[in-house]
Design a protein around this ligand. Structure first.
Ligand code: SIN
Length: 329
């Protein structure tokens, strides 16, 4: 029996040697593997493997298993992580102009959003990130953000007063919440659940994919479908790693990324409706969550209350860039 086990172990080792890839790309992200970002990261890994005949593997680390929001940027710089998919706010100190995407009510709808991402505006921002020593690849979606709270339902702008909101590290998001009388606390994504649970913060803003997959419904009593802002990602690669990566596989990796981007955006769009239905069912069956949907008039009131945020960032983001984004058809 012992001999048999030894043989089995040896053949397993041999098999793993025989199929071992020549190169490993370490991809780190902070959300659940079941979000559109998580699924697209896995899809990318699969396609890289297929396109390179198994010579290149992508090891995906979800849920901040490898690095959290800030640490991943440093890890990319020194080549310890190879690809990351941070939300735009995580670029704030590096390329402040990217806070453009955090501006409330900037996008008319998903069509306008994608048109902006794929326009000169999106390219200008990618170039700025690349100039900081990363390889900026593609924009991925999380979706439009919604407010949630366990203190008081956030329906009208006045409801934000006296509530403490968890925000990502972005001056625009800080100004957005202050414009309606809220206070803010910047926290990494991995700490949001416990901060809401322990009452460190009362409220948050998330797309449905993050709200549902991180079970924020367990620690929030109200969810408002507000679509007041957008959460998206820029997929970036370590320049240091990419420079050393063999040319023969570069095209294949970029091809896999192109396919993953299409896959991700489609998934994010489809997911939203399903997740809302899931939350509605949860709300109905448990009675622990109330969901509010803003009317066009209520949305207009929020947009009005937050419009003063724009001029505050004309200098940092560039008035021109903001106007260009607004003008995209
Ligand atoms: C993410 O979706 O990557 C995290 C977003 C957040 O920090 O809220």
């Amino acid at each position: 029996m012992k001999k048999f086990i030894k043989l089995l172990t040896a053949s397993a080792v041999l098999a793993s040697v025989a199929f071992a890839a020549d190169y490993t790309i370490k991809l780190s992200h902070v959300v659940s593997a079941s979000t559109p970002k998580g699924q697209a990261a896995d899809f990318f890994a699969k396609r890289v493997n297929e396109l390179t005949g198994g010579k290149v593997e992508v090891a995906v680390f979800p849920n901040a298993q490898l690095y959290n929001d800030d640490a991943v940027m440093k890890a990319l710089k020194i080549g310890n992580a190879h690809i990351a998919i941070p939300s735009f706010s995580k670029f704030t100190s590096l390329v402040p102009e990217i806070q453009l995407f955090d501006l409330p009510f900037l996008f008319r709808d998903t069509k306008h959003l994608h048109a902006v991402l794929d326009s000169e505006v999106g390219q200008i921002l990618k170039d700025k990130v690349t100039a900081k020593g990363f390889v900026a690849l593609d924009y991925w979606d999380a979706g439009f953000k919604h407010f949630s709270s366990n203190k008081k339902p956030i329906i009208n702008p006045e409801d934000a007063a006296g509530q403490k909101f968890r925000i990502m590290s972005s001056k625009v998001l800080e100004a957005q919440m202050k414009a309606v009388g809220g206070s803010v606390q910047v926290l990494p994504f991995s700490e949001v659940y416990s901060a809401l649970q322990q009452g460190v913060v009362d409220a948050a803003e998330n797309p449905l994919s993050n709200f549902v997959t991180k079970k924020f419904n367990e620690v929030q009593t109200s969810l408002t479908i507000s679509e007041h802002g957008y959460l998206g990602y820029l997929v970036i690669m370590s320049e240091r790693f990419w420079k050393k990566f063999p040319d023969e596989y570069k095209g294949k990796v970029l091809q896999a990324m192109k396919e993953a981007t299409e896959f991700e955006r489609k998934l994010a769009a489809e997911d939203d409706a399903k997740l809302l239905a899931q939350m509605e069912e949860y709300a109905k069956s448990t009675g622990k969550l109330t969901i509010y949907k803003l009317t066009p008039e209520q949305k207009a009131a929020w947009a009005k209350a937050m419009e003063g945020v724009y001029p505050q960032f004309y200098e940092t983001i560039g008035e021109d860039l903001i106007k260009k984004a607004q003008a995209v058809k």
